[in-house]
Design a protein around this ligand. Structure first.
Ligand SMILES: [Zn+2]
Ligand SMILES: [Zn+2]
Ligand SMILES: [Zn+2]
Length: 805
């Protein structure tokens, strides 16, 4: 019998997921001695025992880890025997390793819905946690939202203020227990408690605050309720008047509200879904899933208020994500509940108790809250199934900060600050990209503050200190300003990344692609390199470089950002560009038309754009679908709804026109695969003329919408065919906000695959601007090379001056 001792380093999501208890039980089972402990970014195990048992230990470690853990890397080192007799769990090492180059980031798990064991206890009258809304175990419960710093230990979470009772302590200390070292352990005797408050923040004396809250909801009141990552506004989703009132108080006219239902059967009463959608609904991430509304609800009792999502064939649905929600449904029964972010219009979700009462007091009539603080705010995630696979629309609770594996290693720690809208940031170290939760639109001051605060928090939490910051090329994005300020203050290298290149790279990174590709990047707007606004782009290249192979025809965007909110402006611009008489269609008044025409002719406040999103707006407006929008992309979404169930009915004409090559020589020299490429643009004028013809001929909106979608598919297909002829590239990545359009995405994928292309689209991160940070990160990781980053000279000078001053 040969005895050996081994040190085993395990990297990945291994802290806060029951990894040490699992190792402890495994080692005890195999009668191995040694210890396990958390280190800054990994778990360190030392085991000694018989060789064959050590091997078995390693196999089981790799193949049967706890459900929430993800093992990225296991490295081994032989050690001299120490003759230990027992195995034990040792306290964490908090000091970071000295050699930063090899330090793995600390990966924190996402918050997960209660597991089946915990739910069974919740509903078992004999259990000491019967009806206790804060029960959890090593396999479920809050994580990111309660962690204050790393490594993940109870005294560094928001539960530190609750002293464990003797019974909880025993479970916490018992290696065989499901709550062995479960840091968020709690029970009615020692843990957080519910409290009901008036909308002025005064405590309401109630034996059972939950039942009281439920009674108010059932009586048609609006409530505010503290969830995992923030406050939700809640009401009966069947009451038209209440839902409309909520809409009015929230200052939200048309954006749809999501609902929470008690069970999957209940969801089936309102929506149709397939098995993929069902498993997404039931997954422990518990996202909001966009489902198709049932045309005929199963009975009047299940008629939802129209005001939930006016005119929208889809409905956002989720199942309960905490034991508290579960208990709420026990009280309200089969009533579907509106469960929408606790905020006004587009502000970040309220998560601090005092702030919530202040901000939501004018919206909600009663509060259901508790004394377990939320440390990191986190909105609900939104997902949908497109063409049989997942599409992330908003990646937040349940997914963030789950790392995304990069196809290559970051040469140094990197921060990518994303864009301006649907903001997220990303931190990169090793092969990990840690994407933040959703932070909203940075035009809002509150969102900007939250962005900055949570960025610092993540850096501390994950122990990642960036030496490069990647940002969008747009000089006026708040994220760009933030990146520049930090770079100057801290002497960090900056890297500006073109918006559509970042979209393309986000999709490449997700799929582990590290080769030149054709990137189709269709979205609303992004800062171009030629002083125009890009948004209908065909790029060729890889992470480190790209060239613009083609784009949609440039037209003026009268009024700049105003045109985003008023699609009729884009309609006029496209009509004039195509020499169509605007009076043939119902777009703007004569006075408005004249004003826009003058703006366009003089080029006054009318930047040129190749945006596909704006083309959607123009067509929607010309077809009379929508002339004003409440949020970006609304007109495009309506066009998609109209076209959804219409069978294929032809396409509109367009032309692919070659440009003069010389202007692109510089670009092409940097991108070898594009040497024989002749840049082109797609002339959209024939398309516009044909749409006008259809409108004049009274062709239905549905048919026009369908033809337009088919035309986009044909355009993308024609452009990709041409690029393949000239470059021999056959991998196409589809990204940008327009690819949230299921009809266009599905059609494009099918068409390109039929032509023999390898087609990739975003699944893990949103194709829209929420995914930009991942793309920027991958580009930075590939572009900065393996040499250490050189700090910005200007910043160094500035630092030197401040020091001497
Ligand atoms: Zn559990
Ligand atoms: Zn207890
Ligand atoms: Zn974009």
């Amino acid at each position: 019998m040969t005895l050996e001792r081994q040190a085993i380093f395990v990297d990945g999501v291994v802290q806060g997921v029951g990894f040490r208890p699992f190792v402890y039980q495994l080692a005890c089972h195999l009668k191995l001695a040694g210890f396990v402990k958390n280190r800054a970014g990994s778990v360190l195990i030392e085991v000694e025992g018989e060789r064959s048992l050590l091997d078995r230990f390693l196999v089981e470690l790799k193949t049967k880890p706890p459900p929430l853990s993800i093992i990225d890397r296991v490295s081994l080192k032989s050690l001299p025997l120490r003759g230990q007799e027992y195995f034990r769990i040792e306290p964490s090492d908090i000091e970071a390793p000295i050699n930063l180059e090899y330090q793995s980031p600390i990966l924190v798990a996402a918050d997960m819905a209660p597991c089946a064991d915990c739910l069974a206890e919740l509903h078992d009258p004999a259990d000491r946690r019967y009806r206790y809304p804060f029960l959890n175990c090593i396999n479920c419960g809050p994580r990111l939202t309660i962690i204050q710093s790393a490594p993940y230990d109870r005294h560094r979470t928001t539960l530190a203020r609750f002293k464990m009772c003797a019974a909880c302590q025993t479970e916490y200390d018992s290696p065989g227990d499901r709550r062995f070292h479960a840091q968020a352990i709690a029970c009615p005797a020692c843990g957080p408690q519910l409290v009901a408050l008036t909308n002025a923040g005064e405590r309401i004396d109630a034996d059972d605050p939950l039942t009281l809250f439920a009674d108010w909801l059932m009586a048609g009141k609006i409530g505010a309720m503290k969830g995992l990552g923030g406050y939700h506004l809640v009401c009966d989703a069947r009451r038209q008047q209440v839902v409309s009132e909520l809409r009015r108080r929230k200052r939200r006219d048309e954006k749809p509200f999501a609902i929470m239902v008690r069970s999957i059967d209940q969801a089936g009463r309102f929506c149709d879904f397939d098995s993929d959608e069902q498993s997404l609904l039931e997954s422990p991430h518990r996202p909001i899933v966009l489902l198709k509304k049932r045309i005929e609800p199963s009975s009047d009792q299940y008629l939802l208020a129209d005001a939930l999502s006016p005119g929208n064939p889809f409905l956002g649905v989720m199942l309960s994500s905490t034991p508290l929600h579960d208990l709420l449904f026990e009280a309200v029964g089969e009533i579907p509940l509106v469960m929408t972010s606790g905020n006004q219009s587009d502000e970040p979700i309220a998560y601090l108790d005092d702030d919530a009462v202040q901000r939501l007091g004018s919206i909600a009539e009663i509060f259901l809250t508790h004394d377990r603080p939320i440390h990191v705010r986190c909105d609900d995630s939104v997902m949908r199934i497109v063409d049989g696979s997942k599409m992330s629309i908003r990646r937040s609770r349940g997914y963030a900060p789950h790392p995304i594996r990069l196809p290559f290693e970051c040469p140094c720690p990197i921060l990518a600050v994303g864009g301006q809208f649907k903001a997220t940031f990303a931190l990169g170290q090793d092969r990990h990209a840690v994407l933040s939760h959703h932070l909203g639109d940075l035009e809002q001051f509150e969102a900007c503050r939250a962005f900055e605060r949570d960025m610092i928090l993540y850096e501390r939490l994950f122990g990642i200190h960036p030496c490069v910051i990647a940002h969008d090329r747009h000089p006026d994005y708040a994220s760009t300003g933030l990146a520049q300020r930090r770079a100057a203050d801290e002497g960090i290298q900056l890297l500006a990344v073109q918006h559509h290149h970042a979209h393309m790279a986000s999709c490449m990174a997700e799929h582990g692609l590290d080769e030149p590709v054709i990137g189709v990047s269709f979205d609303g707007t992004g800062f171009g390199l030629d002083s125009t606004i890009w948004g209908g782009e065909f790029l060729v290249g890889d992470y480190s470089d790209y060239t613009r192979a083609g784009h949609l025809r440039n037209v003026g965007m009268p009024g700049g950002a105003m045109a985003v909110h008023e699609p009729w402006r884009m309609a006029l611009s496209h009509l004039l560009d195509a020499d169509c008489d605007p009076s043939n269609v119902d777009v703007g008044s004569t006075h408005q038309r004249r004003a826009i025409e003058q703006m366009l002719n003089r080029g006054f406040n009318s930047p040129l754009t190749s945006s596909a999103g704006r083309l959607f707006d123009a067509v929607a407006s010309i077809a009379g679908v929508q002339t004003r929008v409440e949020y970006e992309g609304q007109a495009a979404i309506k066009l998609e709804w109209l076209a959804m169930d219409v069978p294929e009915c032809g396409t509109y004409p367009f032309e692919l026109i070659q440009k003069v090559k010389s202007t692109h020589q510089m670009d092409i020299a940097r991108v070898p695969c594009a040497l024989n490429l002749f840049p082109f643009f797609i002339d959209t004028r024939p398309l516009i003329r044909a749409v006008v013809y259809d409108v004049v001929q009274h062709v239905t909106k549905r048919v026009i919408a369908r033809r337009f979608h088919s035309t986009l598919v044909a355009m993308i297909s024609a452009a990709c065919d041409r690029i393949r002829e000239q470059t021999h590239l056959d991998a196409v990545v589809l990204s940008g906000g327009c690819f949230m359009n299921a009809l266009m995405t599905k059609g494009t994928c099918a068409r390109l695959m039929a032509s023999g292309f390898r087609v990739y689209r975003n699944h893990l991160v949103p194709p829209g601007d929420g995914g930009l940070s991942l793309g920027q990160l991958a580009i930075a990781a590939r572009s900065i090379g393996r040499t250490p980053a050189i700090p910005d000279i200007a910043a160094l000078v500035k630092m030197a001056t401040t020091c001497t001053a």
